[in-house]
Design a protein around this ligand. Structure first.
Ligand code: S6P
Ligand code: ZN
Length: 193
């Protein structure tokens, strides 16, 4: 781990950082129950494709530090739903996060415990600010190109994956006639505030 201020490159052609400390891959099998089309999920499971990869710079997970890295979501669909991240609240709910889209075409699905939800388009050159209290999931709405983005968030934030695993997001992004559409999640299992 660096103990001096440092730089690293995010070349716009690849979007990949030139250095990183950890590289995590998430496969379809880690998304059980998240895709609305359970039959399509089951049909793809034997291949267990990699949906996305996260490259991170290691820093102490404490207040005052920032954790940063790059996520690459590959193109693909499960039924009508695009490849997407698991999504999470931060364990410290009052945590904001900054994203910068580098490549591809995406959407960010967000919601808070108060019942508000939002789905924002996410294009190269756009910065997206995730407000404190809002769960977030990134969706690659291209079926041919990777979606690549940089993120930074406070070191003490932690992650709460369990709430989304259990209740899902209120909104889904699905392909309809070749274009992304936002629909209500018929299986959303949260409690209305
Ligand atoms: C972390 C930040 C991103 C995601 C990454 C993968 O707070 O929001 O780095 O970790 O995009 O998503 P997920 O939901 O699997 O952590
Ligand atoms: Zn986050």
């Amino acid at each position: 781990m660096q103990n001096q201020p440092f730089t690293f490159e995010l070349p716009f052609d690849s979007g990949l950082p030139t250095t990183w400390d950890t590289h995590t891959t998430r496969r379809l099998s880690s998304m059980k129950g998240q895709y609305a089309d359970h039959a399509a999920y089951a049909a793809l499971l034997p291949d267990d494709p990699i949906l996305y990869e996260v490259y991170e710079i290691k820093r102490p997970e404490i207040e005052g530090e920032l954790l940063q890295g790059v996520t690459v979501i590959h193109p693909g669909k499960v039924g009508d739903e695009y490849f997407m991240t698991k999504g999470h609240f931060h364990k410290v709910l009052e945590t904001g996060e900054v994203y910068l889209c580098l490549r591809g075409e995406g959407m960010m699905v967000l919601e808070n415990p108060e019942g508000d939800s939002s789905v924002l388009p996410f294009r190269p050159g756009q910065v997206l600010y995730v407000l404190p209290r809002w769960a977030h999931r990134s969706v690659n709405v291209s079926t041919s190109e990777d979606l690549v983005f940089f993120f930074a968030y406070p070191g003490n934030a932690g992650h709460d994956y369990g709430t989304i695993e259990q209740q899902g997001f209120r909104k889904l992004v699905v392909e309809d006639d070749g274009t992304p559409q936002i629909i209500d999640n018929p299986r959303w299992q949260g409690q209305k505030p």
